[in-house]
Each structure stands twice: as C-alpha cells, then as structure tokens.
Design a protein around this ligand. Structure first.
Ligand code: FAD
Length: 406
C-alpha cells in the first residue's frame, strides 16, 4: 500500500446467497468486507427453525456455477457435492399421470437441485474463513446516507440503533431492499413492483422404503417433475435424502377455494392423482394446511448504482417469478459481472485520493451493460410460467414429443 492510500471498505447488506458470494469476491480483491444480516446466523442449530426460507431446494444452473467457480475457491465443487443433476423435465400428463421425459440439452446438460439453506450456509462459511470478512447478524439496515457512506442499523435483539461506515454500500437485501429504498432518494430510479395472481405452497413426496429396507426415490431423481394443469401446475425437485420437495403454484383464488380436507383430496384426486399416491394423504393434508401460501413478486429497477458509493444486486435489483429457475443464478451472475468490471476498470482495493474514478466508472458500466439482460430474464421467467403450466401440454408439443420418441 502506498503512503496516504487506505484499504477500501464495503458494507454488504444481506447475507443471502448473493451477499455471501459478493463478500467472497471482494475479499479476494483485498477489500475490507463487513456483511450485515437482519436474521440470526442460520448455521446455528437453535436458529434453523426460526428462519423461513422461500423454498427448500432450488435449481442451480451453469450460470450460477460459473460464478461460484470464479471465486477460485472451488465453491462450485463444494456445492455440487450434495447437488442432484436433473437432465430433463418429466411431464405428468392427464389424470393418470402419463409420463413424458424431455431432456434439457442434446449433450447431457443439466440443472442441479440443491438445498437452499445448505448452499447459503456454505457460502457464509466460505466468506467468513477469509481474514478480511466480518459478519454481523441480527442487524437490519434502516437507512443509508450514501454521500457520507454511513449506515443506520437496528439490532433486532436489543433494539439498539447502531451506526457503521463504508466506502461502498452493496444492497443484496432481497426484494424488499432497504438499500434500494435509500438509493431511490439519490438517483432518478425507474422502479416497478408487481405481484402475479398466483401463489405457491410447498409439499413433499417422502422417500419410499426399498426391498432391502433402504430409502429410495419414489420417482426418477434425474428429472424436474412437472404436472402442467393449464391454469396452475405442480413441480417436484429431488433431495439428497431421497425425498422430493413439491411446489404447487396456483392462483390465490384457487387456494382459497380449498377450505377443508375433503376439498383438498377431491382437488388432488382430480388433478394430481399419481402424486397423491406417492405423497400419502395424511402427509398431504398436514403439509397443505400447515405450510404458508407464498406470494410471487416482481421488481424492476434502473439504475442500479449511485456514483462510487452504492450498488444493488440480486433480488434487490431484479426480483423475478421463479419459473425459469434463474433468480439466484442471475444474482450470482451479477456478482461475477461486477467483479469482471472491477478488473476492466482497474479498481484497486486501496483508494488513492479524489482523482481515482475507476470505481464510479465500473459501477456505471454495470448499470449500462446489465439493464437489458436483466429486463430480458425477468420477461423470460414470466413467459416460462405459461410454457410450464400450459405450453408443454399443447397437442402440437405432445405430438412432436411422440414423433421424436420413435
Ligand atoms: P435473498 O435470498 O432474499 O437474501 C436477502 C438477504 O438479505 C436475506 O438473508 C435477508 O434476511 C437479508 N435482509 C433483508 N433486508 C435486510 C435489511 N434491511 N438489513 C439486513 N439484511 C437484510 N432462483 C434460482 O436461481 N433457482 C431456483 O430454482 C429458484 N427457485 C425459487 C423458488 C421459489 C418458490 C422462489 C420464491 C424463488 C426461487 N428462486 C430461485 C429465486 C431465489 O430464491 C432468489 O432469486 C434468491 O434468493 C435471491 O438471492 P438474494 O441474496 O438476492 O436475496
């Protein structure tokens, strides 16, 4: 470090998957990193039950794996140790659940089912093992003064207000981002928020017991299973314990029509009879009435940054519906692209006085280059809902699949 220069500091708000990965990337570059997370440390056993995650497992694609690999710490390999490759989608057509398999690629390309909580925990641990990263849990950002580089946070346990400072503030604090709320006061941000009329409920298909008493998958684990039912659909992704996590997506109005066990079993017998057999009626009833019905939000923002002081990434910048399985993957890509712009603009981990505009130029380039792609992927995600719940059942589509199978 030259005399008069100081190591740059960054405050990352949110220790979700995107915030934790960003911490690793910036620590690798030599920055002093402090991550502030409103929830308790999810790795501690006493906190596991308190933390509500949006889904139990999710699909990790090449886009996300590339960003994990880019850390140079073999995080892609670490995560994939317990990841389950899905080489295609399995359609369960009609009441009797007639099966049609469709590969994702011609050369064995896969998406991977991974445990969301484990992935997040592994990334936090990987970041924490780096000497220049610190985590503060149970602290929620209230507001940030971006010109001064100050953060006002509330300790969720003691309710005390605490203050922090950083050269750069990165908002990885999800769809309801507090950093984005502050950023809006500094830039002329175009902002859009919307909900689709559909919600989701998580259910499960337990492992079945095989002839030798060992747990076995009840369906083919190399597929993402889809029950397309036009106005709604159900999907299932495999887990390492040989169970499947099942997600029912449908309009809230339909969820509200299911008031009791009789309604529920009638509905499932009509649309998902083959799944009911695998779920078991008792478990289905228990999980359906116990598990929350989550809403699906879409966020679009632009620009993503302010001078050399602040940037938002991941869901804070672009929350999308989950039907393309790309929300987190795309957030990981945000991190990789921002990092590549730091290289392109030669952003150093030390600050050498006022004349160094490299960081500002890198953040500006990020907004300019990323906006079009992010808009496109949000639209593709929405389009894919129509494709998954309806398009795949069209006569032309099924006919094509039949011809291909000869
Ligand atoms: P988040 O995961 O939302 O993390 C934000 C973090 O910030 C949280 O830890 C939160 O506690 C913290 N925080 C919030 N506010 C504050 C504050 N004020 N101060 C401090 N901390 C704060 N994506 C995929 O890529 N593949 C999939 O298969 C997939 N499936 C999905 C299925 C469902 C049902 C849903 C709803 C989403 C799915 N997604 C999927 C999308 C994915 O969940 C998100 O894109 C991803 O979680 C975004 O990560 P993030 O780190 O940006 O935000």
């Amino acid at each position: 470090m030259t005399s008069g220069s100081k190591t740059r500091s960054v405050a990352i708000v949110g220790a979700g998957p995107v915030g934790a990965l960003m911490a690793v990337y910036l620590a690798n570059r030599g920055w002093n990193v402090h991550v502030y997370e409103t929830r308790p440390d999810m790795r501690l056993p006493e906190n596991k039950a308190k933390i509500q995650n949006r889904s139990i497992n999710l699909a990790l694609s090449t886009r996300g794996l590339t960003a994990l690999k880019g850390t140079g710490l073999a995080l892609d390999e670490l995560i994939m140790k317990s990841g389950l490759p899905m080489r295609g989608r399995m359609l369960h057509i009609g009441q009797e659940g007639h099966l049609i398999s469709q590969n994702y690629g011609l050369h064995g390309e896969c998406i991977n089912s991974v445990d969301r909580a484990k992935l997040n925990e592994d990334l936090i641990t990987a970041a924490e093992e780096l000497s220049n990263v610190e985590f503060s849990f149970n602290v929620a950002l209230k507001r940030a003064d971006l010109d001064k580089g100050t953060l006002t946070l509330e300790n969720k346990v003691t309710k005390e207000i605490v203050h922090a400072e950083a050269d750069l503030i990165i908002g990885c604090d999800g769809a309801y981002s507090a950093v984005r709320n502050s950023l809006m006061r500094y830039v002329r941000m175009d902002f859009e928020q919307g909900y689709i009329p559909h919600g989701y409920c998580e259910l499960s298909i337990p492992a079945k017991i095989g002839p030798n008493g060992e747990a076995e998958f009840a369906m083919d684990p190399e597929h993402l299973h889809i029950w397309p039912r036009h106005k709604f659909m159900m999907i299932a992704l495999p887990n390492p314990d040989k169970s499947f996590t099942v997600t029912l997506f449908m309009p809230f109005a339909n969820f509200e029509m299911i008031r009791n066990e009789i309604d529920l079993l009638r509905f499932f017998d009509e649309y998902f009879a083959d799944a009911v057999e695998l779920m078991g009626k008792d478990l289905l009833i228990k999980e359906y009435f116990k598990n929350p019905k989550g809403s699906l939000i879409m966020i679009r923002a632009n620009p993503y940054h302010y001078k050399d002081r602040c940037i938002i990434l991941g869901d804070a910048a672009h929350s999308m519906v989950p039907f393309y399985g790309q929300g987190m993957n795309c957030g990981f890509e945000d991190v990789r692209i921002l990092d590549s712009l730091f290289s392109e603009y030669n952003v150093k981990s030390t600050q050498n006085g006022e004349s160094d505009r490299s960081l500002e130029l890198a953040l500006e380039a990020y907004t300019n280059r990323r906006a079009k792609d992010l808009k496109a992927i949000c639209e593709l995600a929405l389009y894919n809902y129509e494709e998954m719940r309806h398009g795949v059942t069209s006569r032309a589509y099924l006919w094509r699949k039949k011809v291909e199978s000869y």
